[in-house]
Design a protein around this ligand. Sequence first.
Ligand SMILES: Nc1ncnc2c1ncn2[C@@H]1O[C@H](COP(=O)(O)OP(=O)(O)OP(=O)(O)O)[C@@H](O)[C@H]1O
Ligand SMILES: [Mg+2]
Length: 407
Amino acid sequence: MIKVLIVDDIPETRNHLTKLLSVDSEIDVAGTAGSGEEAIRVAMELRPDVIVMDINMPGMDGVAAAEIVSQRLPTSPIIMMSVHGEAEQLRRAIAAGAREFLVKPFSADEFSTTIKRVYERELGRREQLQAITPAPSGPQEPGSAEEDHQVVAVFSPKGGAGRTTIAANLALALMSETGGRVCLVDANLQFGDVGVLLNLNPKNRSILDAIEGGEPDADLLESVVVDHSTGIRVLLAPPSPEGADLVTPTYLRKIIDLLRVTHDWVVVDLPPALTDHTLGIMDAADQIVVLSALEITTIKNVRLFLEVADQLEYDRSKLRLVINRSDTAQGIRISDVEASIRRPVDGTVVSDGRLAVLAVNRGVPFVVSHPEAALSRDITRLARTLAGEPSTSASTEKPKKGLFARR
Ligand SMILES: Nc1ncnc2c1ncn2[C@@H]1O[C@H](COP(=O)(O)OP(=O)(O)OP(=O)(O)O)[C@@H](O)[C@H]1O
Ligand SMILES: [Mg+2]
């Protein structure tokens, strides 16, 4: 039986819709709600297989409610109902996470067919996701030692090097390779892009909301981290740049330490600057993926960063040097980079602009949509490297002062 929740502000409509479905033996109307607010509450309780929601309701309308429900219950697909089939309404509904649109009035047959179709599609989607997400094993089993949990920071001294792209896809690859629980953190506090890349835009669920009461708190943090439909968890950057000031380096570090307790992997997308914020996370990190390009200024900055890392006494094995867009060399070879920075390159990621752009436009990372592409395989290989040779945890290092004071 498909468990359905009907949401409409008019009681007669709710009764009418319930009646339309009562003749179908495969569908069970498990509950109804008369407002957006009630819809959220009842949906969380019932966890319906399908939600049918009216777009126009007084107070919180269908779009606002769908936005929240689709974030909290990504496995309960929403069908939006409206009296007009306007393109603008359709666009808003889909942007809010609705999977299908029904224009009133509709027949009983049309109604139940749409519900079944949306439900079947959701089952198919879950199957696909399961195929890339092996059953939890290893580090996620009960009794797993927290010491096994790792923080992986993704850094580059240059903006636009591909940190966000690689961090998001790496988080997914770590989840599918190890079966572990993974949290992706957007530490680009002013201009975070992770939400755009993963098509996530929930209200009041950014890192700012985790420090509402001052000190970050484990329970508050847990309620703010967003469950992405792929299975990874995401801590988003503040919605606007001015929010960044409120997240102090100490708070940020505390948040990373708290997330490490409840996740096997914490992958952090770092901003391209050596500030107290980034250094605090680098201290906490077990591994730092340092992205370079086959381009002279980036290589120079990577070399400078590696010198700083030496002065900070980071273990060499903590740093993983990765060349992004490794096949777009203009006269520079990997061996030239290795000679310049006097250490071997740990991994390479090919360039595939078409796939990278497609993934951003769709809001689905390419390791999920195109696992066989060379770009995805490179990132999966990197995930295996990170998972295969855990370095010793650095979380016990004492927080230190800013870069120049340290040097
Ligand atoms: N291997 C790749 N092949 C093709 N395009 C790529 C690759 N890696 C990244 N890109 C593209 O390069 C652009 C910059 O990537 P991304 O936003 O991940 O970099 P970033 O270092 O996070 O940048 P920012 O400094 O803006 O935070 C994006 O358009 C992305 O799609
Ligand atoms: Mg970025």
